[in-house]
Design a protein around this ligand. Sequence first.
Ligand code: APR
Length: 229
Amino acid sequence: MKRIVVLTGAGVSAESGLKTFRDADGLWHNHRIEDVATPGAWLKNMDLVLEFYNERRKNLLEAKPNAAHMALARLEEKYDVQIITQNVDDLHERGGSTRVLHLHGELRKARSTADPSLVYELESWELKRGDLCGKGYQLRPHIVWFGEPVPLITEAAELCTQADICIVIGTSLQVYPAAGLIHYVFQGAPKFLIDPKAEHVPMVENLEVIKKTAGEGVVELVGKLLREC
Ligand code: APR
């Protein structure tokens, strides 16, 4: 089976009603990164950080996978598909994708502030001060904050080197190391970038830019790939 690596960002979940970061009315237009998404923010104002992720988790519980998530799951009928996402939502999984690597963590999980190997599924939307791990330490969002290492980046780069086809969906390609992953894909491999704006087009060979929304562009591309196979 041919291997397809799919690199996704917030844009793939936009049509599910989840905000992106850098679009108009995006998350970073309403919050300062240094106030809610850094280790310093956590030390300075834990309650504000907890509230920021609680709000996003509440929205996620009300959101549903969209046509793009479902189409990517259908791709698994005829291809070996690996999703590598910057997103912390679980819409790829809920849409039916079976191999999803979360580079920046997972919103519906929390982990111990003392022992990062202690990770817990969150049943509800709310994580509060006083919610403790099994060893009695405060739980924090299981998110990679700015300035923190990206533990799965090596595994992600390795997967990209093995890709026969690469599809990039709904990311501004502004945040490294995630934005550099496409450069690990074999030059001769067909690559597709699906984004209605596509403001930052990577300098790689064999790239087709599809200036459409994920809901339209991914469905069309998946249909084409399934017919071709
Ligand atoms: N379909 C496809 N793409 C879309 C859609 C849509 N319906 N709506 C918006 N987009 C595109 C935008 O044009 C933009 O290029 O999605 C992209 C979203 O970019 P960002 O908001 O920067 O999100 P992302 O690239 O995922 O951010 C990367 O930055 O803040 C950190 O950790 C955070 O994982 C995040 C990382």
